[in-house]
Design a protein around this ligand. Structure first.
Ligand code: HEC
Length: 370
């Protein structure tokens, strides 16, 4: 019966192989996509003799029309990620496929959970993203979907599904972190993500939002929807790539990378190790591990295996009271690992001491008791 669990792509593939029609541009197998999810693919590639090819075709034709139902691929695909918190990961990733704002993939019918097992509803996925249902089925190879297979699928389809700005220029047109520099808090550091020097930009309006809502959010620093945090990676004075997190309406962040050519890139450069976007971003950002230089701040951090770990900030911003107050890096309330609110508040306190703080910001500090 498995014979008939074949799709259109299989027939095209078989006809091509019989008549030796070359595919113009084969889809690379390492992304886990092929044009068919055919159980007979290996058989197909072994059939070299034209006579046997035709015999096989005839044999298949002689089997008659497949019974309805059995030719239908299963309506749902089981996902078995073998991860500590599969539901959170699935919510995050498939939430991104729900629509532009993100959303709850369970409520939207994209995912289902039954007896502790998770399933992708293939029709719902296909309806939202034509072609991706077949791609996911191919990635799974007709079995349960495992993490590596899902990761290949996500890395290959995430950017398109999210309709992110395709180039750095397009992103900058939406998010003018360079032009309106005064309204963007900027910090320079050497950290764990890259051996390049990072220049991180966060809109001050986003920081003030997090600070104003700190108490009512249960002492958590939560950024507003649409907030973008931009990490420019500089090497020998040149911008080599840009990594971005932008907050979706469902509360999760999109991760994306622009390469040296300014186009969306599937991975960061190997500095010191290439990170596939988004699947290799999530590990650190969703995790609990502490990183330098944040961990030692306001003290200096020891060098890492690939060079310094350091914040390049004014001494006045190394304000221990504020560091202790927010405990921002280890709390990472919004999966943000940097300590931008800590540094920003330290700067506001410096401005207050110098008598140049605005009334609004003075009240903001007072409301926090700082
Ligand atoms: C090895 C752990 C690790 C991985 C993997 C990682 N990050 Fe980060 N990321 C950090 C740390 C630590 C910070 C805070 C300091 C900094 O900016 O380097 C950070 C900061 C950021 C920031 C600034 C906002 C923030 O949370 O402070 C962005 C944007 C970002 N990362 C994007 C990405 C993207 C995109 C990827 C995947 C390509 C990625 N990260 C992978 C550890 C990681």
């Amino acid at each position: 019966m498995r014979f008939w669990i074949l799709d259109f792509g299989f027939w095209i593939g078989l006809i091509r192989s019989v008549f030796s029609i070359e595919k113009a541009s084969p889809v690379p197998t390492d992304v886990g996509f092929s044009t068919s999810s055919c159980a007979l693919e290996s058989t197909q590639s072994k059939i070299q003799n034209p006579k046997s090819k035709i015999l096989l075709l005839l044999a298949l034709a002689a089997c008659g029309t497949p019974e309805s139902g059995t030719q239908q691929a299963a309506a749902r695909l089981e996902v078995d990620l073998d991860k500590a918190n599969p539901e959170r990961l699935l919510r995050y990733y498939f939430g991104g496929y729900v629509g532009q704002d993100g959303g709850d993939p369970f409520a939207e019918g994209l995912l289902a959970v039954e007896d502790g097992r998770f399933y992708v509803e293939m029709e719902a996925l296909e309806a939202k993203h034509p072609g991706l249902g077949a791609a996911l089925r191919d990635a799974a190879g007709d079995r349960r979907l495992e993490w590596e297979e899902l990761a290949d699928f996500l890395n290959a389809s995430y950017y398109t599904a999210r309709t992110l700005p395709p180039t750095l220029a397009a992103f900058r047109a939406e998010t003018p972190y360079q032009q309106a520099e005064a309204a963007w808090f900027r910090v320079e550091l050497d950290g764990v993500m890259s051996t390049a020097r990072r220049h991180v930009y966060v809109a001050e309006v986003a920081l003030r939002h997090a600070l104003r809502n700190y108490k009512e959010q249960g002492e958590r620093l939560m950024y507003p929807v649409g907030a973008a945090i931009v990490g420019e990676h500089h090497l020998d004075g040149a911008l080599v790539e840009t990594t971005v997190m932008r907050k979706r309406a469902d509360g999760f962040w999109d991760f994306f990378t622009y390469g040296p050519d300014g186009a969306l890139a599937a991975r960061t450069q190997a500095l010191p190790r290439s990170l596939k976007t988004p699947t290799q971003c999530v590990g650190c950002h969703f995790g609990v591990k502490l990183f330098e230089p944040e961990r030692s701040f306001p003290g200096a951090a020891p060098d890492g295996p690939h060079g310094p770990r350091a914040f390049y900030v004014d001494e006045a911003l190394r304000d221990r009271d504020v560091v202790v107050f927010f405990d921002e890096h280890s709390k990472r309330s919004d999966t943000i690992l940097g300590i931008y609110n800590t540094l920003f508040v330290a700067r506001l306190r410096t401005d207050r001491r110098a008598g140049r703080l605005s009334d609004d910001d003075t009240r903001l500090l007072e409301s926090l008791g700082l």
